[in-house]
Design a binder for this molecule. Structure first.
Ligand code: 2NL
Length: 356
């Protein structure tokens, strides 16, 4: 019996050594240690042996089983490690491959893309980007910006009021007052964001986007404004552009100007045969034959505006500033030849996917 046990153990050891993979090893385990295998059966029959045989046979059979179990466990971890290693080297996954099926990538909305493009130009010129609250006070939205009590924009019919004192900002200028309150000159900031006016027709939406700029320092002149806006116009509309300033009026600047960029569709107001309107050579539809396109409003900060932040270091006798404001929708429409403001807000993917 002891001899048979040695034989079974030797057979088991040989089978384990011969197993080339986990599946073969499992087969060997079932054959040599499974429920129907001879060695475990022999162990189960030990109690029926004579007391004289029982001790020696039981001991030998137990040792044989334990030895085989340990051998199998050791071999199993060897084989599993080797198999894992093989999978890792052979089943390499390229995580940079596109998904399958490919997912359509999202895009930036044209207004977001345009806003960022404009921001990049001014950041390149040394301006910081600031955002501010859309719910504002009459003080920041009108009073500190030198809007007379009688200014039409202050009417209930033109502006969204929550109360006598609280409103939806009608421009991003209030944040520029807040920026001056927050720290002394020099200051070079642009403020992008949503603004609100009670206006809704083919060319006006009650909510739209502005970017305003403010530069306050010693010895700032209108020439600095013109140079800054020339760089802006060339970055957005092309290197060959020029700008022109025309006198205008804004409550918070003196003098105030409207700024035109030279037409980027025609030369001297004469339209080429293809492009925006197509057809025959004639009056340019973009600049209406004038050679110039209005892009924004600007001016030198009115001393009355500085008087509200004089205590923060903005003495109108010592500092000057220029400011400008533009509509993001208008810039995007001009640059991309978009015929209708409402395309921005219809969210038709056939429009949206052409940009961004
Ligand atoms: C336009 C014109 C403009 C300003 C905005 C401004 C701000 C401060 C002081 C003085 Cl804090 N001015 N902003 C100045 C001139 C024009 O916007 O047509 N915007 C769409």
């Amino acid at each position: 019996m002891i001899e048979r046990i040695s034989q079974l153990r030797a057979e088991g050891e040989a089978a384990v050594a011969a197993a080339r993979d986990s599946a073969a090893l499992e087969q060997a385990r079932v054959r040599h240690l499974g429920r129907k295998a001879e060695l475990p059966n022999l162990l189960r029959g030990v109690s029926e042996l004579s007391p004289a045989q029982r001790g020696a046979v039981g001991k030998a059979a137990n040792e044989a089983r334990r030895a085989l179990e340990e051998l199998i466990a050791a071999r199993a971890s060897e084989l599993e490690a080797a198999e894992l290693e093989r999978r890792l080297t052979h089943d390499r996954v390229d995580v940079t491959l596109p998904g399958d099926p490919r997912h359509a990538l999202g895009r930036l909305h044209l207004l977001t893309a345009t806003r960022r493009e404009i921001e990049d130009v001014f950041v390149g010129l040394g301006f910081s980007v600031l955002e501010g609250p859309e719910v504002e006070t009459v003080y920041y939205n009108f009073e500190a910006l030198n809007h007379a009590e009688t200014h039409p924009a202050r009417l209930w019919s033109d502006t969204f009021y929550f109360s006598e004192e609280i409103l939806l900002r009608t421009h991003t200028s209030p944040m520029q007052i807040r920026a001056m309150e927050a720290g002394p000159p020099p200051i070079y900031v642009i403020v992008p964001g949503r603004v609100y006016r009670r206006d809704s027709d083919a060319t006006h939406t009650p909510q739209f986007h502005q970017i305003e700029g403010l530069a306050v320092d010693e010895e700032i002149t209108l020439a600095d404004l013109q140079g800054t806006l020339l760089q802006f116009a060339r970055a957005i509309f092309g290197e060959r552009r020029e700008v022109r300033l025309r006198p205008h009026f804004f409550p918070f600047t003196e003098p105030s100007v409207e700024v035109d960029v030279s037409c980027f569709h025609c030369s001297d107001g004469v339209a080429p045969t293809t492009g925006f309107a197509g057809g025959a050579r004639g009056r340019c539809p973009l600049c209406k034959g004038t050679g110039w396109i209005e892009i924004l409003g600007a001016g030198m900060v009115d001393p009355n505006v500085f008087s509200h932040v004089r205590e923060q270091g903005y003495d109108p006798e010592l500092v000057q500033g220029f400011a400008f404001g533009m509509g993001v929708e208008r810039i995007a429409m001009l640059k991309h030849g978009i015929p209708d403001l409402r395309h921005f807000y219809d969210n038709d993917v056939r429009f949206a996917e052409q940009f961004g």
